[in-house]
Design a protein around this ligand. Structure first.
Ligand code: HEM
Length: 365
């Protein structure tokens, strides 16, 4: 007997059966369907985490492609980026996509951080989600800082130099960490090797582990409800299913975000400055990336000495205290005291406004 070629649906059915008998797909589907998204006027902020996740996917893909041609050596790094930009098919596109993607990711993360903060999503039982998020923010800024040096152009070289000099002023471990990152007292081959390994191996490993934990916690606790929504009578509360309703909307928002990303990538291709010359003077008005501008500008404004203490050190201590405020906020504002809740909100508004104002000031000065 001649066997008939199997229809496509038959193959799909066999494959589904194969997977279903080996993985708890039904349970997974139930779990996804059980998750409900509250509908209120702040629901838009629930999209931000998903946008960040989508952008991380783009960064991983474009980063892997860039690694094929990038050479982490001071004598070849700049030339390898020039080659990517001008000789490799779609190389300019991948590099521009990776650079714009990094900036949009950090922007999305800042919005995600502050929106979850103002929605009080750090309160019990989401403290671990909040802390894992804070570490993810540090990891993402670390990606930005280490990646910036890799093209080895003059701006990236001097911005990194200034960044590490500032970091070395940090109380206690600052100078030891800066020394380790540089691989000595000056930026050299040792620095680019370290930054490369941190950028393509250490941080991705941390990111994947932390992100897995973060998303697992979001699945376990569901998304938080703002105070006003929580107080509504049950008949006035409306929800939509995460799967498939909110998930499909998520995809729509990703498509919109991708349009913005591709628009920037294509119409404003990421530039490359002249090759770094470690012996030259720093170019005039050198500045770090926008997301490090606020602390940079603040440190520029402090006087050299405040009483017997170095001004920069005082500035650093203030910034460390602000960061600690974000770490301890779940202990402070547990939701039981209205006054503490207002203090936490005021603290968030103060930090957000300071970040925006100092960044604008830094960019325009
Ligand atoms: C690498 C980056 C990150 C990704 C991909 C990510 C992803 C997500 C996703 C998909 C959600 C659920 C939907 C939503 O509420 O947006 C979420 C929730 C949450 N994220 Fe993130 N996140 C990241 C970083 C952060 C950061 C920097 C923070 C803040 C410190 C943070 C804090 C939270 C909190 C508290 C929730 C729970 C929100 C709620 O229940 O309403 N995440 N995250």
């Amino acid at each position: 007997m001649v066997s008939q070629p199997q229809s496509k649906t038959g193959i799909v059915k066999h494959l589904t059966n194969f997977i279903e008998s080996r993985l708890p797909l039904e349970e997974m589907r139930h779990l996804a369907e059980k998750k409900l998204i509250p509908q209120h006027k702040h629901s838009v902020w629930y999209y931000l985490g998903g946008i960040a996740g989508m952008l991380i996917g783009i960064q991983i893909l474009s980063g892997m492609l860039l690694m094929v041609y990038y050479v982490p050596e001071i004598s070849a790094a700049h030339a390898s980026i020039l080659k990517i930009n001008s000789q490799v098919n779609f190389g300019w596109f991948m590099r521009s996509l990776h650079s714009w993607g990094a900036n949009l990711l950090i922007l999305a993360l800042f919005v995600h951080l502050f929106s979850t903060y103002f929605m009080k999503a750090y309160r019990k039982p989401r403290e671990l989600t909040w802390w894992s998020g804070l570490i993810l923010m540090v990891v993402s800024l670390g990606f930005g800082f280490t990646g910036y040096l890799l093209p080895w152009d003059d701006v990236s070289f001097f911005a990194t130099k200034i960044g590490l000099d500032v970091a070395s002023k940090m109380p206690l471990l600052g100078s030891a960490v800066a020394y380790m990152l540089r691989g000595g007292d000056t930026i050299s081959q040792a620095t680019i090797s370290r930054f490369f390994v941190i950028h393509v191996a250490v941080l991705p490993a941390l990111l994947i582990g932390l992100l897995g934990g973060h998303l697992f916690l979001v699945q376990v606790h569901g998304v938080s409800e703002p105070d006003v929504f929580k107080k509504l009578p049950p008949e006035k509360k409306t929800y939509e299913k995460f799967f498939p309703v909110f998930f499909l909307k998520d995809i729509l928002v990703w498509i919109l975000a991708l349009n913005v990303l591709f628009g920037l990538t294509v119409f404003f291709p990421w530039s490359l400055g002249p090759e770094a010359d470690p012996f030259a003077a720093a170019p005039m008005g050198i500045k770090p990336e926008w997301y490090f501008l606020a602390p940079f500008q603040m440190l520029k404004l402090v006087p050299p000495m405040i009483g017997p203490i170095e001004g920069e050190l005082v500035g650093m201590i203030i910034m460390v205290c602000i960061a600690l405020g974000f770490v301890i906020v779940p202990f402070f504002d547990t939701g039981l005291s209205k006054i503490k809740s207002r203090v936490a909100t005021a603290f968030g508004v103060f930090v957000l406004l300071s970040l925006v104002l100092f960044s604008l000031w830094g960019a325009l000065s």
